[in-house]
Design a protein around this ligand. Sequence first.
Ligand SMILES: C[S@@+](CC[C@H](N)C(=O)[O-])C[C@H]1O[C@@H](n2cnc3c(N)ncnc32)[C@H](O)[C@@H]1O
Length: 285
Amino acid sequence: MKGQSLPQASCTGPVAASFGASSAEFKPPARPPLKWAGGKRWQVPHLKEIWQSYASRRLVEPFCGGLAVAMGLMPQRALLNDINPHLINFYRWLKRGLTISIPMDNRERLYYGHRARFNELLAEGRGQTRETAALFYYLNRTGYNGLCRFNRSGRFNVPFGRYTRIAYTKDFTLYSRVFDGWRFRCGDFEAIALQPGDFVYADPPYDVEFTSYAKEGFTWDEQVRVAEWLARHRGPVVLSNQATDRIVSLYRQLGFTLRFLQAPRKISCTGDRTPAREVLALRNV
Ligand SMILES: C[S@@+](CC[C@H](N)C(=O)[O-])C[C@H]1O[C@@H](n2cnc3c(N)ncnc32)[C@H](O)[C@@H]1O
């Protein structure tokens, strides 16, 4: 993978402290290991400003996805949760120190062979093995847009990605050091046992207004469930979402302070290049 090390300036303060004085030479990996839809790497500079007063707290991410935020903030302690079991299985293997030995190459035939093997392992109830984690990484890098999609019978069905060039990582042992004080949990966000002092950064699937399409089945009722759950937390909370009218009024009504951000420009499937307006809703910060 490109850029295995952080620039010196990024490895100071709580980050460097978390690896101890004997780790002066240790450079944590700079990049999240997977491609993940809705990654919030671009928000890290905004979040760092808020986080710096709470850097000794436990960071809780109920929707951790591709880990862009945790890897940007580098907390010493974290609870990282997601409902996707393959994602969490992969992170748990990284924490143990993963090196990948399956062949990895940007070839269509190999891709479909590995995809079939991944589905076979899932069907056999072996979704938590090292091999499944390695295949998940390969499929994520090589498949179309890093998507993680399953058909009705639970088979991974993302087609080959047709990238010009892919840089695969085989040795993930650096991540085990970074993940040392981090715990990974798989399940619905509401089942997380929050501690009063936890710093919560919540980035649920976007609210999509004026359409019945709900990304990852995340309906308006789910958005309300997130907001009410966050409003009950006694510690600092930062929520990120698309700034639709109803999201803005929901969080306003619950007493959150709002900050608006422009997301980086993306071309949507309609060719629209308008940057999305996003909201950070803050509480107890
Ligand atoms: C927008 S992504 C998070 C992206 C992440 N902040 C990043 O930078 O990569 C939303 C995540 O929420 C997860 N998710 C969806 N429903 C969930 C639920 N009920 N409980 C926990 N996680 C859920 C999805 O699997 C997805 O990874």
